[in-house]
Design a protein around this ligand. Structure first.
Ligand SMILES: Nc1ncnc2c1ncn2[C@@H]1O[C@H](COP(=O)(O)OP(=O)(O)OP(=O)(O)O)[C@@H](O)[C@H]1O
Length: 228
């Protein structure tokens, strides 16, 4: 569960990126976060993954008070949160299967278990035939699928997706949202997706949180832009 209580975050330049945000996201929910540029979406994500700390209020994720985490404990905390971004951030000198395996090696999973898990992930993201390809040999949509596979390889409870379809055409964006829905459904992974894609938000209706000037101005389980 994700819980923000009266969270305010200002940057050193005085910009108030988030103001008195109260938010609660249950395990297994799939939530969109939308809002104009500069409305505070990325800041919200940074507070969730421990990159930034709130000035006021508390951010509790899976029972952990993220703002109170000691610096050295942040990496272990992040293992329970998968993150994907608009740019894919794959390791260019590693193949698809090595990219996924690497995420599991760094957390100390035994070799045999990694092999099995990588195969499962490749099936899930439908890229078995690209296992030995390098990232620059893949399309944008395929690279994003690898990124998603890598992010969920260790079965995190939460997947945060910051504009995952930002660089993709509508057809490829559909593939990505369907994959995220499958992950949400199959593993019960909580998904928080920041997006500007009005078509996706309207077509695949889900709870939609709207930020404006650092305030939550709308939070509706009906979802969609058109219903607002
Ligand atoms: N490191 C920083 N230092 C100073 N100000 C910042 C910093 N990061 C963000 N801001 C400011 O905080 C506000 C919220 O920014 P944030 O990146 O959270 O918005 P956003 O909704 O994610 O925008 P976008 O859609 O453009 O990514 C903006 O006014 C931004 O300029």
């Amino acid at each position: 569960m994700i819980e923000l209580k009266n969270v305010t975050k200002a940057y050193p330049n005085g910009v108030h990126a988030l103001n008195h945000v109260d938010l609660s996201i249950e395990d297994g929910e799939f939530v969109y976060v939308i809002g104009a540029t500069g409305s505070g979406k990325s800041t919200l994500i940074k507070l969730l993954n421990g990159e930034e700390v709130a000035d006021e209020g508390t951010v509790i994720v899976n029972g952990v008070d993220v703002g109170a985490l000691k610096h050295r404990k942040v990496p272990a905390y992040r293992r329970n949160i998968g993150c994907i971004f608009q740019d894919y951030r794959l390791l260019p000198k590693l193949t698809v299967q090595e990219n996924i395996a690497f995420a599991l090696e760094v957390i100390g999973m035994p070799k045999k278990a990694i092999k099995t898990r990588v195969r499962e992930i490749l099936d899930l993201v439908d890229l078995r035939d690209k296992a030995r390809s390098y990232p620059d040999e893949l399309s944008g949509g395929q690279q994003q699928r690898v990124t998603i596979g890598r992010a969920i390889a260790n079965r995190p409870k939460i997947l945060i997706a910051d504009e995952p379809t930002g660089n993709l055409d509508p057809e490829k964006s559909l593939e990505i949202i369907r994959l995220l829905e499958k992950i949400n459904h199959n593993f019960g992974t909580t998904i928080v997706m920041v997006t500007h894609d009005k078509e996706l938000v309207d077509r695949f209706r889900k709870r939609t949180i709207i930020l404006d000037g650092g305030y939550v101005i709308h939070d509706s389980s009906a979802g969609g832009y058109k219903s607002l």
